[in-house]
Structures are given as structure tokens and as C-alpha cells.
Design a protein around this ligand. Structure first.
Ligand SMILES: [Zn+2]
Length: 119
């Protein structure tokens, strides 16, 4: 992957990271998340009910995403970005565009999910 492409993903990751941090801030302030558009694939929590555990679960989820993004940025520095951590194959760019913090190719991700080792 060339530097220009890497730079593009790094920018996407940093922007996502900033979104997540401001989301954390909102949760910390006790605000309900009104506008979730652009919040990546966090929409899977959209159906979560507003229970007492909601903020905690949400915060954990966001923190996990931030960790994934940090790991991706580390991989950019290590020059291993865009390579599946399971099989060592390149992750297709189409997948990275949708999920710049992906660390597995679609096949390995599916295998892991079948074995219940990741979410
Ligand atoms: Zn793979």
C-alpha cells in the first residue's frame, strides 16, 4: 500500500477517533445520543434500550472502538496496515473503506465469528 493511500486511511481513523471521543464526552455528560449519523457502525446499538446499564455498555463499546483504531494506527506505523492478522493476506480496499480499523479479511472475520471469538 502506498503512502498516499495509507495517509488517507490514517486520516479516516483519526476522524473516527475524534468522533468517538466526542461521543464519550456526550455520554459522560449524560446526554442521550440524538444524532448517530456518521457514527460508523455503532448503529447496532441503536435498538438498545435506555436502561441503567446503557451508558456503561455504550462507553465500553466506544472505548473498544478507540482501542481498535489505536491498534490500526500502530499498524500503519509498523507497515502492517491492511494485512489480515490471521492469514497474512491483504485486506481488500473495499473492506478498509467501510471499516478502516479492520484487522481481518472478511473470510477470517467470518471464521472467528463462527467460533464466537470476536464481536
Ligand atoms: Zn484473513
Amino acid at each position: 500500500m502506498d503512502d498516499k493511500t495509507l495517509g488517507k486511511y490514517k486520516k479516516m481513523l483519526l476522524e473516527d477517533r475524534m468522533d468517538l471521543l466526542s461521543e464519550l464526552q456526550r455520554v459522560a455528560n449524560g446526554e442521550k445520543n440524538k444524532d448517530r449519523s456518521g457514527a460508523m457502525d455503532l448503529a447496532d446499538l441503536a435498538d438498545a434500550s435506555y436502561t441503567a446499564d446503557y451508558s456503561l455498555a455504550w462507553t465500553e463499546k466506544i472505548n473498544l472502538r478507540i482501542r481498535e483504531i489505536d491498534e490500526s494506527i500502530d499498524r500503519i506505523k509498523d507497515d502492517t496496515y491492511g494485512v489480515c492478522q490471521m492469514c497474512g493476506e491483504d485486506i481488500p480496499e473495499g473492506r478498509l473503506k467501510v471499516r478502516p480499523n479492520a484487522k481481518y479479511c472478511a473470510q477470517c472475520k467470518e471464521d472467528l465469528e463462527k467460533r464466537g471469538e470476536t464481536k
